[in-house]
Design a protein around this ligand. Structure first.
Ligand SMILES: [Zn+2]
Ligand SMILES: [Zn+2]
Length: 406
C-alpha cells in the first residue's frame, strides 16, 4: 500500500484498522514538522485539587490501526498533530527529543520478527517495548523483575519452608499424639500459604499496556479504555504526545501523565520503577513476593499475609511445645540449636509479618493504598480489597500483529 510522496516530512496514515474508531477507514495526512518549541514532558504536574472537573466534551475518537510510511522516516523529535478535533498538538507540548514515538517503537520491534513466520505473542514482544515484567510458561504466568527481587523472594520461600520442614520432620509425631488436628491444620495452612504466594507472585497485578503494545494487539486499546475509564477520552496512541490542554481537564478527574510510559494514567494507578510499568491501583512493589501488588492481586496478597501469620503461629507454637514437653526429653544442646536456628528467626519474621498484616488491615478499613498513605497523594477514593479486580489487560499468549507497513 505504500506509495511515494513528494512532500518531505509528510506521514500518511492509512486507517484500515481493527481498533474502535470512528475514522477507521479514513486516510489522513500528518505534518511532521517539529513544533515551535519542544519541552521536556517528564514534568509531572501537580494535582489541581481546586479546579473544576468538567468532562471531556469532545467526541470519542481514537487513533489506531495500520500505518504506512510513504516518506523518509520521521525524525525522532517530530511531533505529530493528530485528529484536528481533539488531538491537536498544542504549543508547548511535544515528545521528548530523545524518545521514539509508540509507532516508531513498534516499527523497530517489528524488524526483529520474521514477516513470513507465525505471529509473535505478547510475551515475546512486550519486553522489547518496555517494562521489566517477566513471562513464564509460554506467557501464561506474569511475574516481577529478577534483578533485585530474586534474593528477597528466596528469603520468603526459605522463611516458609525451613521452619515447616523442621516442624513436620521432628514435631509431627509428638503433636499428633496431642491431637491429630494440630499437624493436619498446619499442613492445610502451609498449602494455603504456598498457593497464595504463588498467586501473588504470578498474577498480573494490573499492568496497563503501553501505547506501543496497544497498537499491535487487536482489541487491546478498547479493553484498556474500558478498564481505565477512558472510553470518552481521545488518546493519541500513535505519537504518544502529551496533550497539555487535554491533561488539564483530565487531571481534574484524577488522571495523570506517566512520564516513563508516556501515556495517560488513570486515577490511583502508579508507575512502578522496579517493574517499569504502570499498575492499576498500585499498592506497592513487594520484592518478597517478586511482584507488584496492585488491583488484580491485592486479594491474593492479603490472603497470603493472613495464611503466613496463621502458619507461623502454628509452627512457632508446635516447635515450642515439642521442645518443652517432648517425651524422652530434648537435649539442651539440641534445644539451643533449635532455638537459635529455627525458633528465634521464625519468631522475628512472624512479628514482622504480623505488623505488616495489621498495617494492611488498617489500609483496607481506610480504603487507601500503601503508596497513598506514605506519599500523601490521593487521586481517588473507593474500596481496595473489596473492589472488582477487573480483567487482565496483559495476556502473554495473545498474538501480535504489527500494523501494516511496520
Ligand atoms: Zn508508567
Ligand atoms: Zn513493581
Amino acid at each position: 500500500m505504500a506509495e511515494e510522496s513528494s512532500r518531505p516530512n509528510t506521514f500518511i496514515i492509512d486507517g484500515a484498522v481493527p481498533l474502535r474508531s470512528a475514522v477507521a477507514t479514513e486516510s489522513f495526512e500528518v505534518d511532521l514538522t517539529p513544533p515551535d518549541s519542544i519541552q521536556d514532558n517528564n514534568r509531572q504536574p501537580a494535582f489541581p485539587s481546586d479546579m473544576d472537573h468538567p468532562g471531556v466534551s469532545t467526541p470519542p475518537q481514537r487513533l489506531s490501526g495500520a500505518f504506512e510510511e510513504v516518506s523518509p522516516p520521521p525524525s525522532p523529535e517530530a511531533s505529530v498533530p493528530s485528529r484536528p478535533t481533539s488531538m491537536t498538538t498544542f504549543p508547548g507540548s511535544g515528545s521528548n527529543a530523545s524518545e521514539l514515538r509508540p509507532i516508531d517503537e513498534v516499527r523497530q520491534v517489528a524488524l526483529e520478527f520474521p514477516r513470513d513466520g507465525p505471529p509473535p505473542r505478547v510475551c515475546d514482544v512486550m519486553p522489547k517495548l518496555g517494562g521489566r515484567t517477566r513471562f513464564r510458561f509460554g506467557g501464561r504466568c506474569i511475574t516481577g523483575p529478577s534483578r533485585v527481587d530474586t534474593k528477597f523472594n528466596l528469603f520468603t520461600w526459605a522463611a516458609i519452608l525451613a521452619p515447616s520442614a523442621f516442624y513436620f520432620s521432628e514435631c509431627t509425631e509428638f503433636l499428633w499424639n496431642i491431637s491429630p488436628y494440630i499437624p493436619i491444620a498446619t499442613v492445610v495452612l502451609l498449602i494455603a500459604c504456598v498457593c497464595f504466594l504463588l498467586l501473588t507472585s504470578c498474577t498480573d497485578p494490573g499492568i496497563i499496556p503501553r501505547y506501543s503494545l496497544r497498537l499491535c494487539v487487536e482489541g487491546l486499546e478498547e479493553q484498556v479504555a474500558v478498564a481505565t475509564g477512558c472510553q470518552d477520552i481521545p488518546l493519541d496512541i500513535v505519537s504518544g504526545t502529551r496533550n497539555e490542554q487535554q491533561m488539564v481537564t483530565l487531571e481534574g478527574r484524577g488522571y495523570r501523565w506517566c512520564a516513563f510510559c508516556k501515556m495517560v494514567q488513570p486515577p490511583r494507578a502508579k508507575h512502578c520503577r522496579d517493574c517499569d510499568c504502570c499498575i492499576l491501583r498500585n499498592d506497592h512493589h513487594c520484592p518478597f513476593v517478586n511482584n507488584c501488588v496492585g488491583q488484580r492481586n491485592y486479594l491474593y496478597f492479603c490472603l497470603f499475609l493472613a495464611s503466613i501469620c496463621c502458619l507461623g503461629t502454628s509452627v512457632f507454637t508446635g516447635i515450642g511445645l515439642w521442645a518443652n514437653a517432648a517425651p524422652g526429653g530434648v537435649s539442651s544442646s539440641l534445644k539451643t540449636t533449635v532455638l537459635s536456628v529455627i525458633v528465634v528467626p521464625t519468631g522475628l519474621v512472624l512479628l514482622a509479618v504480623l505488623a505488616l498484616s495489621l498495617w494492611h488491615l488498617a489500609l483496607i478499613l481506610r480504603g487507601r493504598t500503601t503508596r497513598e498513605v506514605l506519599t500523601g497523594r490521593i487521586y481517588g477514593e473507593g474500596a481496595t480489597l473489596f473492589s472488582e479486580r477487573g480483567p487482565a489487560l496483559i495476556d502473554g499468549t495473545r498474538e501480535v500483529h504489527f500494523p501494516g507497513g511496520a
